[in-house]
Design a protein around this ligand. Structure first.
Ligand SMILES: NC(=O)c1ccc[n+]([C@@H]2O[C@H](COP(=O)([O-])OP(=O)(O)OC[C@H]3O[C@@H](n4cnc5c(N)ncnc54)[C@H](O)[C@@H]3O)[C@@H](O)[C@H]2O)c1
Length: 461
């Protein structure tokens, strides 16, 4: 058998937003290998076995169905599957630590370490362990120490293969990645293990896009990629505040600077702020690592990316309250969108959470409309009980409202009948477009007072 075609038992521990889609793609593109995804969360595994998947991603169900029960399996039998595996991807959550040393900044590696110990305890043969979770640089050293301190004479080779997919476009990103990064120790066994992973990806990713590096570069590159992406959003958002004061238009500024090939046009959309489970957590992690190495200026530089994001969310709500005559108490305010971005149901760190909470503190009646995120939104706002209304239909959600705030850039919000919506609302009717996706001139003509990011407002008073 030639390289890469020999049947392998591939296991992934952690069936979340990364583990599920990534393994579904490997199974679909590598029918010669068996791929199993395990999790401690039985409900999640059950959902992966059904057509009602635990996460929403365009085209995910099709890819899962192509391989499920052929060479893609979901299971809660963790130990048994560890025993069988040749290669184990670890894709458990690595949230920000909420307690003890590094609380609020460092990565909480308890799930990660438990998994490592689980692997040692259940293994009966040598294995390749792949870090898929995003981890602090030099975690592989700790991983190797835990794994190779076994008394069974087993050898574990640790690789770093960070995941760069973006939620909402996960399948497209996995199918045609900009690059796949695989880091290893630069020893003979490290390079041999790395080659096994290269051979798996080479089933559908072209060789030039499979980048290999030393393991520390791979670990650090993931944190740096997220920091750079978030930094672009904070950079344009900081300029949006200046545009609002100077009658410049942030979209025109973004277009003009984006045409400079050194800058590039992507990730320059001003908005209410970035969310998602990764950007903030990974920057905080970078800040914590820099501080640990005594690099205070580096830490402060990256911390400012988060500070601008919080500033953007805060000034959005402050403006809402101010223009609605300095009070929103008792006013119905409809949030169009709760997911942190379009085409996902994920609400982790969504700016909508902060904005909804601030409005509720101000005693507004908050109504939330989102095509995919209402289940998560209900959990995020559980403490407010029946004070918050969840209504998928945007027409019903905005009936009798004083204001609409667009917080997620769902395409469906751009094609609504805003004439009809305006007629059903309390006057004066406000639109706060936190994503700059609506036709503001048309809304203004209908009668709305329109507030947008990085452009002067259009007011009827
Ligand atoms: N979500 C993204 O877009 C994204 C993108 C790139 C990288 N990442 C990184 O990937 C990692 C996973 O992220 P996610 O969004 O998939 O998280 P998630 O919370 O959706 O999934 C993690 C899963 O791991 C399971 N788990 C935890 N401990 C376990 C254990 N000991 N044994 C078995 N299962 C266990 C949890 O039950 C959960 O289902 C994180 O490090 C994250 O930073 C996420």
């Amino acid at each position: 058998m030639s390289k890469g075609t020999e049947k392998k038992q591939i296991l992934c521990i952690g069936a979340g937003y990364v583990g599920g889609p990534t393994m579904a793609m490997i199974a679909a593109r590598c029918p010669q290998h068996d791929v199993t995804v395990v999790d401690i969360n039985a409900q999640r595994i059950k959902a992966w076995q059904s057509d009602d998947l635990p996460i929403y991603e365009p085209k995910l169900l099709e890819v899962v169905k192509e391989a499920r029960n052929r060479n893609l399996f979901f299971s809660t039998e963790i130990d048994e599957n560890i025993k069988k595996a040749d290669i184990i991807f670890v894709s458990v959550n690595t949230p920000t630590k909420t307690f003890g040393v590094g609380a609020g900044k460092a990565a909480d590696l308890q799930y990660w370490e438990k998994t490592a110990r689980n692997i040692v305890q259940a293994s009966e043969s040598d294995k390749i362990i792949v870090e898929k979770s995003t981890l602090p640089v030099r975690t592989a050293r700790a991983m190797e120490r835990i794994l190779n301190a076994n008394d069974k004479g087993l050898h574990f080779e640790v690789l770093s293969n960070p995941e760069f997919l973006a939620e909402g476009t996960a399948i497209q990103d996995l199918e045609q990645p900009d690059r796949v990064l695989i880091g290893s120790q630069e020893t003979e066994s490290g390079i041999a293990a790395r080659q096994q992973l290269v051979d798996i990806y080479a089933n559908w990713v072209s060789k030039e896009k499979i980048v290999t590096s030393n393991i520390w570069s791979a670990e650090l590159s993931k944190l740096v990629a997220n920091a750079f992406l978030a930094q672009r959003i904070s950079s344009i958002n900081s300029i949006s505040a200046l545009c609002e004061k100077t009658e410049a238009n942030v979209s025109e500024v973004a277009r003009a600077i984006g045409m400079d090939s050194r800058i590039g046009a992507k990730f320059l959309n001003a908005s209410v702020g970035f969310g998602g489970s990764c950007f903030k957590k990974d920057i905080l992690n970078l800040v914590y690592i820099a501080e640990n190495y005594g690099l205070t200026e580096v830490a402060r530089y990256w911390e400012s990316v988060i500070a601008i994001n919080e500033y953007q969310e805060q000034r959005f709500v402050r403006q809402m309250i101010k223009v609605m005559f300095n009070t929103v108490a008792g006013k119905k305010i409809t949030l169009f969108g709760f997911a942190f971005k379009k085409d996902t149901g994920d609400t982790r760190e969504s700016p909508a959470i902060y904005i909804a909470k601030r409005l509720l503190e101000e005693k507004a009646q908050v109504v939330i409309s989102d095509p995919k995120a209402l289940v998560n939104a209900k959990n995020d706002l559980a403490e407010f009980g029946s004070e918050v209304i969840f209504e998928e239909d945007p027409y019903k959600a905005s009936k009798d409202a004083h204001a609409i705030a667009v917080l997620t850039e769902w395409d469906s919000f751009t094609t609504l009948d805003y004439d009809k919506i305006y007629r059903s609302m309390v006057k004066p009717a406000f639109v706060f477009d936190g994503r700059n996706i609506l036709d503001h001139d048309a809304l203004f003509k209908i009668g709305f007072s329109v507030f947008r990011i990085g452009r002067p407002s259009l007011r009827h008073f």
